[in-house]
Write a protein that binds this ligand. Structure first.
Ligand code: 7TS
Length: 401
């Protein structure tokens, strides 16, 4: 097992909240001290803009910002100019779906799934409405998974875009995206991958996945909120119309028209999230220092341990016991998930209740909402015990009525 006590030294929130049982990392991870320090360093020692000034501080800020881009690129096996800094996954996915309003024609097909987070679903739903394209859903397996057979059954020559989640934020299932991408490319479709939940937990490499676009957020991987990444294949990015117009993205401007720079600057109009990018690069260095193998072994053990303990309590329905990611979606019979979550908070156990911005998933499960517990490296077996104990206590409490 990982030395959780030593890991927790890296997460300052535990100094203020030593009794915290944080099981909501799928919503946002806790933040690492070295990330906070890097963000702080930028504001304390630089604080100036990037790409614009011809003075030392501006060169240094630009160097750190561009170095962050290279760190992200090598982290996912991409080229530096294929990395665009955005506000987060939501913004990255909206940018691509918006750009495809110029490309899609009536009758073109967009493949998505009922497992999507709203950030991956809604931008394409609206793009379909605006262009006359047809939104098609991969039929999920009984367990609720996206399968190759399901995908094959709706793939056609009209498929132009495949927009799928890599790992579901509710079910924690891993999509077999390599094979799906290979099939999609045979039909000439592009693949847009929502990697918000996979990048914080597993090695995600563009060379293997071969997807055309990919999005993730800093705040789910120990980095700052307000920064995220859009990866795109260079030749595709440079064919897309920019989503925003403004400073540093234009090449030549005259009275009636303008031309644009190439990616990534073409898509980074205005002052970017400089401190966020610098902080994200530090989060990546932190993850690399620990390694995905150790992260997986630790969180997998906690996940399996908790599932086993939950099975010992009557009246608990777990919806995703085979999930690859350390996420448990569950309900307690006859008790509203929000009541359970509120009760758990009395024990300083933080979980999420609701539809998790993925209403089609809860509909698929035939419920209105679920509870979700999700784990990361700072969690311990004591957290799992505290969680299970508080569930039992909540159940006992509500059963009195
Ligand atoms: N896609 C997935 C799969 C997600 O889990 C999330 C956030 C997003 C997209 C959006 O990311 P953002 O950084 O732009 O907000 N998921 C969650 C969640 O599960 N609970 O809170 C946020």
């Amino acid at each position: 097992m990982m030395d959780v006590q030593s890991i927790r030294q890296d997460f300052p929130v535990y100094q203020k909240q030593p009794k915290l049982t944080y099981l909501d990392s799928a919503a946002s991870s806790l933040k690492v001290k070295s990330v906070i320090d890097q963000v702080d360093h930028y504001y304390h020692t630089l604080g100036v803009n990037v790409h614009r000034g011809a003075y030392d501080l501006a060169y240094e800020a630009t160097r750190l910002y561009e170095e962050a881009r290279s760190t992200v690129a090598s982290f996912i096996g991409a080229e530096t100019d294929e990395i665009i800094f955005t506000r987060g996954t939501t913004s990255s996915l909206n940018m691509i779906a918006y750009a495809y309003r110029e490309i899609l024609k009536p009758g073109d097909e967009i493949i998505t799934s009922e497992l999507e987070h709203h950030s991956s679903l809604l931008p394409w739903m609206i793009t379909a409405q605006k262009t006359g394209a047809i939104l098609k859903y991969v039929p999920l397996s009984k367990e609720g998974r996206i399968t190759i057979e399901g995908f094959r059954s709706i793939l056609s020559l009209n498929t132009k875009v495949v927009a799928l989640t890599h790992v579901s934020n509710v079910m924690g299932y891993l999509t077999p995206i390599e094979e799906i991408t290979r099939l999609a490319h045979q039909q000439g479709a592009v693949v847009v991958l929502d990697a918000a939940q996979s990048v914080p937990h597993m090695s995600v490499n563009i060379t293997n996945l071969a997807v055309d676009f990919l999005a993730f957020s800093g705040h789910k991987m120990f980095g700052p909120s307000g920064v995220g990444v859009l990866y795109g294949k260079k030749h595709l990015l440079n064919q897309l119309e920019p989503f925003e117009y403004g400073g540093e993205m234009a090449d030549q401007v005259d009275l009636t028209q303008a031309t644009w720079k190439e990616a990534p600057l073409r898509f980074e109009a205005g002052t970017p999230v400089i401190s966020g990018a610098i902080g994200l690069a530090e989060a990546i260095r932190y993850i690399q220092k620990i390694g995905f193998k150790a992260i997986h072994e630790h969180t997998h053990e906690l996940h399996q341990y908790t599932l086993k303990k939950l099975r010992e309590i009557d009246g608990i329905t777990v919806y995703n016991s085979t999930a690859e990611n350390p996420v448990i979606a569950f309900n307690v019979d006859n008790i509203h998930p929000h009541d359970i979550a509120t009760m758990l908070d009395q024990y300083q156990v933080s979980v999420r209740a609701g539809h998790h911005c993925a209403q089609l998933v809860t509909k698929f499960l035939g419920v209105n909402s679920t509870l979700r517990a999700s784990f990361h490296i700072y969690n311990s077996k004591e957290d799992c015990d505290a969680f299970v104990h508080s569930i039992q206590a909540a159940k006992d409490f509500f059963q009195q009525f």
